[in-house]
Write a protein that binds this ligand. Structure first.
Ligand code: HDC
Length: 632
């Protein structure tokens, strides 16, 4: 047959290959050109004794059929010796099938520590030893195929097999991690849960069933997994009697419990039906997938009880006690679906309370009062100052009570690590109060197809308790890789700067931990700014600074140089994030004042405007452009 899968030149170690499944694998692979190490201790089903005959018989069968094989009689607990046999006889190792196993079935209340230990040592420890010995060779040569043998007893549980089930599921855990570690080097690791008539099943299945469940029915799937044409890794297959199926995790949508209140067992009881519901399942595949809803809730998401995390007093304590020490990264999501459906989507409104401490922390996190002897910025950070006031750009923090809902908008599926802040506009009808309870409402105003990404425009309105608007934000999010969906391109931004020397230039050195501070003060807990692994998924070699942190530094510079630090003069601010900033870099904000009589006043603006841009000095990169502050 022309398209027969061949393995010529490959070398396999198959443990427990003296009979049953292992023998079937050995015979099939040898017939396809594999040189096989037939490993079998030759002990009893319960792991007692040893005999060379089982392995020898299989080697004879292979040789009689014209194949190549060598016997190994070592225990899998001496995995290094088994792999050495392959290296000594065939000079390499390509395939490892961990198949050896014994049984010590007994109900748990009768199970001895010895019953437990014996099973653990042969299955899990043995699997570790053999694989560990082969691993460096597979990695170095950039090729390897490993199969672990799990069992339905481990996947689902079985009476009298607590020891066996635990070890078998342990092998799946081992395989899952090795699949992740080996993928880059083309070392693929998969797991099977076979059902076959063998010494291990003859005690629990009727004899005619055992006879029907031939090991030969399992061997082809295992051989395929070991072939170089297989590119799947980290998967589990149930296989037996000519039937094979992939198995995966399924998870319900779950319930979001209110973090803003004390979590109680009663709250769990109330949500029990939802916690157990599988109506609209998801299929997590990685730890990132697993963490996603947790992060959503911590970000002030659906279970935050309508209360953001910025509030002083009660919110602060309840929120903090639930935070993990290191924030969990978000899941990768596939870009798919009809993105345009998301236009007009309304977010669930969120209420938050803020106070003096929040304002002070925010101001500190955008570089206010770095020189404590310079009293000019003390009113932003010191609540006992007689003119304590809010830094105007604190208003950009309001949307974060609800923005994270964007990961759950129908039609808008994306990898959150690829999301970058694109542009920001904030307008304030009057100075922000120094304490308030405010409610945010938001909708997706538009989504533009920018080719290299999708630009999602969000309108966010913030009102105080009397319903009066105190801030309006337009947030644009640039989602890389999500362009090309056939949407409108949207307006093209253009701006120019006066052809003259700037009126002011302000230098701010950010701290290496600036993003770690800013995330706490602003409510933007995006792991992109804290978690190196998450930043790496986004293509950055370390966490980057929040765009809005840079924005806050620049806004402060304008306020200081052109408005005497008086928020009452600050109407609005906008800017585009043109390049990322790394914490620790120096921000240089260059500013030009243009008024109604200035070179840039032709549009009829009735107040003074300040145009600005901001540079990361060390890399000489413009990081904010198109900056405009409107002052009264
Ligand atoms: C999830 C919950 C919500 C949480 C929200 C909070 C998120 C925050 O935590 C995240 C952050 O703070 S990220 C840090 C701040 N942002 C950045 O660092 C982005 C810097 N910008 C870039 O890298 C590129 O501009 C880049 C990559 C954005 C675009 O570069 P390119 O792909 O090279 O695009 P380019 O060829 O230059 O332009 C294509 C079209 O897109 C427009 N465009 C470019 N940059 C834009 C930007 N920043 N904002 C808006 N539009 C932008 C261009 O104008 C062009 O369109 P057109 O031809 O129509 O003019």
């Amino acid at each position: 047959m022309n398209n027969q899968l061949r393995f010529d030149g490959r070398v396999a170690v198959i443990t427990g290959a003296g009979g049953g499944l292992g023998r079937a694998y050995a015979l099939l692979l040898a017939a396809r050109g594999v040189a096989v190490v037939v490993n079998d201790l030759g002990g009893s089903r319960h792991g007692e004794g040893a005999a060379t005959s089982a392995a020898d018989r299989v080697v004879e069968e292979i040789e009689a059929a014209g194949g190549e094989a060598v016997a190994s009689y070592d225990s899998v607990e001496d995995g290094g010796r088994i792999i050495q046999t392959a290296l000594d006889h065939f000079g390499r190792i390509d395939i490892v099938i961990n198949n050896a196993g014994i049984l010590r079935d007994t109900s748990f209340h009768k199970m001895t520590a010895d019953d437990w230990e014996r099973i653990y040592r042969v299955h899990l420890y043995g699997g570790f030893q053999v694989t560990h010995a082969a691993w460096p060779h597979l990695r170095d040569q950039g090729y390897g195929r490993i199969v672990m043998t799990s069992s339905a007893a481990g996947l689902y549980g079985n009476f009298g097999q607590a020891n066996y089930g635990a070890a078998k599921l342990g092998l799946l855990g081992l395989a899952n991690s090795l699949a992740v570690e080996g993928q880059k080097r083309n070392v693929l690791v998969n797991t099977i849960a076979p059902l076959a008539g063998s010494r291990l099943t003859e005690t629990i299945l009727p004899p005619d069933m055992v006879a029907a469940l031939k090991p030969e029915y399992v061997a082809p799937l295992v051989a395929y997994l070991c072939h170089e044409s297989n590119s799947d890794t980290g998967q589990v297959f149930e296989v037996g009697a000519g039937w094979a199926a992939r198995l995966r995790w399924q998870r319900g949508r779950g319930a979001f419990l209110p973090l803003a209140e004390a979590l109680t067992p009663e709250a769990v009881a109330d949500q029990w039906t939802t916690i157990q519901n599988f109506d609209d399942p998801t299929y997590p595949e990685t730890p990132l997938d697993s963490f996603a809803p947790v992060v959503e809730n911590l970000q002030g998401g659906r279970g935050a009880g309508g209360q953001g995390r910025m509030g002083a007093g009660e919110t602060e304590n309840a929120g903090e006690s639930n935070l993990p020490r290191s924030p969990a990264p978000l899941p990768p999501r596939a870009a798919s679906g009809d993105i345009s459906d998301a236009i007009g989507h309304e977010f669930e409104p969120k209420t938050l309370t803020y106070g003096e401490k929040d304002l002070s922390l925010y101001a500190l996190s955008v570089g206010a009062a770095v020189d404590p002897l310079d009293a000019s910025e003390l009113p932003f950070v010191y609540e006992l100052n007689s003119s304590f006031r809010a830094l105007p750009t604190f208003g950009v923090a309001f949307p974060f009570s609800l923005l994270w809902q964007i990961t759950d908008v129908p039609g808008l599926k994306f990898n959150p690590a690829l999301l970058l802040h694109g542009e920001q506009y904030l307008s304030l009808p009057r100075p922000l109060p120094t304490a308030a309870t405010v409610t945010n409402t938001a909708r997706i105003a538009n989504i533009y197809d920018k080719g290299s990404g999708a630009l999602v425009l969000l309108d966010v309105h913030t009102a105080d308790e009397s319903g009066q608007e105190i801030a309006y934000n337009q947030v644009s999010l640039f989602i890389r890789g999500l362009g090309g969906f056939g949407g409108e391109r949207g307006p093209s931004a253009t701006w120019a700067l006066p052809d003259r020397a700037p009126d002011a230039v302000h230098h701010d050195r950010t701290n290496a931990n600036q993003a770690l501070l800013y995330r706490l003060s602003s409510g933007d807990r995006n792991p992109l700014h804290a978690d190196p692994a998450f930043a790496a998924v986004g293509g950055f070699d370390r966490p980057i600074l929040h765009g809005l942190c840079t924005f806050g530094f620049a806004g402060r510079a304008v306020l200081r140089h052109f408005a005497g630090n008086d928020p009452a003069r600050f109407r609005s601010i906008r800017a585009r994030f043109t390049r990322h900033v790394f914490p620790g870099e120096t921000l240089v904000t260059t500013m030009w004042a243009v008024g109604t009589d200035g070179a840039f006043a032709a549009d009829g603006a009735d107040g003074q405007r300040v145009l600005f841009q901001c540079k990361a000095a060390e890399r000489d990169e413009i990081v904010l452009s198109g900056g405009v502050v409107e002052l009264t």
